[in-house]
Design a protein around this ligand. Structure first.
Ligand SMILES: Cc1cc2nc3c(=O)[nH]c(=O)nc-3n(C[C@H](O)[C@H](O)[C@H](O)COP(=O)(O)O)c2cc1C
Length: 430
């Protein structure tokens, strides 16, 4: 995609928090229309027509979610922007917060107003200091122009966005855990169903939760229309997505591409290929919770449905590239440690399952593993998959299952040689 075609990452002059460069590009027009017309149903119809899907991981239709909250019988509703972002390999929300805070402020205002929220928050990862500073300065500038605060644009409307400093754990980004922590309770997920935030959110009231990137798309869709939005992307996943590209590439970073672009394009054209003359060994197209794909699958289109059909997923588009010099057992161990550390411990299957899996992978990597351990690992994966209140334990088991499936031979070599074949053998002493 050419720079001029960018939607969320459209170049802006000046400092990111300065409001004028954003206004010069049509910023806050959609918000002003929303305030003056006050027709939430029309806003929702536009989002539905655009088929915008959530960018936080699940790809849920945004218009439908907003409609559920607006039509809830309870008159007390809340809005929370989820800026928890704590998954390894995902860093696009912090990029948007830091470099494009105004489109997010505008998206939040539109969302909160559309669902008639009593109060609105942004749940912000506490580690994002610079991002927070830029976002706060953007809020101040928007307030000074009368776009938020009291008596917005002289209409009598009051609306503000409060920053809630996030917990800084992976699970705390899961929406029900996030809402728990915002109420002063441990950041532990709740069972869905029945505890969907659209019904039982903050203070037990319907709550709209959306991801930073999802909300950043909203002002553009309302201003330019659903047809414009669908000019790129696929039929069922229109628009662009921000891909966080990391791992074995020459140019890691955040790249905005139309949904449906092949994985190869991201790695080669955007990322400049794999460094040091190495080749792709595997790619996580949707972060560590979704299956890897092999080098023979790099032409797969990156959109919600195509990746699901291929047995993996897009998640929040944290694409991690692994090169052919990497020990997959070691790599799997690193991510298994992450899952174990981040398990909140609430569901026994997750608490025990992530620990057992990490122990077994460590055993193989250390050269203490047996063939029986490989079967045990698969057995545990089968037991724990899908058993948690959130998807953490499923992610942990998919990782091990998929790694063993694709790289079984490597695991067997570790067992046969009683050491990691990727690390040089110790020279015999004496
Ligand atoms: C373990 C876990 C961590 C998550 N972390 C985040 C996060 O940091 N940010 C986010 O927007 N969604 C995260 N999600 C997804 C949210 O629960 C939720 O689906 C999302 O915020 C909804 O917004 P969307 O519809 O705009 O995608 C996470 C989910 C899980 C299971």
């Amino acid at each position: 995609m050419k720079e001029a075609d960018h939607r969320l990452l459209q170049p802006l002059e000046g400092q990111p928090w300065e409001i004028d460069p954003y206004i010069n590009q049509g910023g806050y027009e959609a918000w002003q229309t929303c305030v003056r017309e006050n027709t939430p149903e029309k806003v929702i119809a536009q989002l539905k027509q655009a088929s915008l899907r959530g960018r936080g991981g699940a790809g849920f239709p945004t218009g439908l979610k907003w409609e559920k909250v607006l039509h809830h019988r309870s008159q007390e509703r809340y809005f929370v922007c989820n800026a928890g972002e704590h998954e390894p390999g995902t860093f696009k929300d912090r990029y948007l917060l830091k470099h494009y805070p105004h489109q997010l402020v505008e998206g939040c205002l539109i969302a909160a107003h559309t669902v008639k929220a009593k109060a609105s928050y942004i749940y912000l990862n506490a580690e994002f200091e610079e991002e927070r500073a830029n976002f706060e300065k953007a809020l101040q500038q928007a307030r000074a122009r009368g776009f938020l605060g009291k008596n917005i644009l002289g209409t009598g409307l009051d609306l503000d966005i409060e920053i809630f400093e996030g917990h800084g754990s992976y699970v705390a980004g899961e929406e029900t855990a996030m809402l728990e922590s915002m109420q002063g309770r441990p950041a532990m997920p709740k069972q869905k169903p029945p505890f969907y935030p659209t019904d039982f959110g903050l203070y037990g009231r319907p709550t709209l939760v959306n991801n930073v990137e999802t909300l950043s798309n909203v002002p553009h869709i309302l201003r330019k229309g659903a047809d414009w939005f669908a000019q790129v992307g696929t039929e069922r996943s229109p628009g662009t997505m921000l891909f966080s590209l990391s791992g074995a590439v020459n140019r890691p970073g955040v790249y905005e591409l139309p949904l449906g672009m092949p994985i190869r394009h991201l790695i080669e054209e955007c990322g400049g290929g794999v460094p040091n003359g190495r080749k792709v060994k595997a790619v996580f197209p949707g972060g560590p919770s979704f299956s890897m794909v092999g080098p023979d699958q790099l032409d797969l289109p990156m959109d919600f449905d195509s990746l699901k059909k291929a047995g993996t997923g897009l998640g929040s588009a944290g694409v991690i590239v692994v090169d052919d010099g990497t020990c997959m057992v070691q790599h799997t161990l690193k991510l298994s440690k992450f899952f174990k550390m981040e398990s909140c411990g609430q569901c026994p299957s997750c608490r025990i399952g992530t620990e057992n899996l990490e122990e077994l992978v460590a055993k193989i990597e250390d050269g203490r593993g047996t063939k029986k351990d490989l079967e045990k690992m698969l057995q545990i994966c089968g037991f724990v998959k899908g058993t948690g209140f959130c998807t953490l334990v499923t992610g942990a088991s998919v990782l091990v299952q998929n790694s063993l499936h694709l790289f079984r031979q490597e695991y067997e070599e570790h067992v046969a040689q009683q050491r990691c074949p990727f690390t040089p053998a110790l020279a015999a002493s004496g």
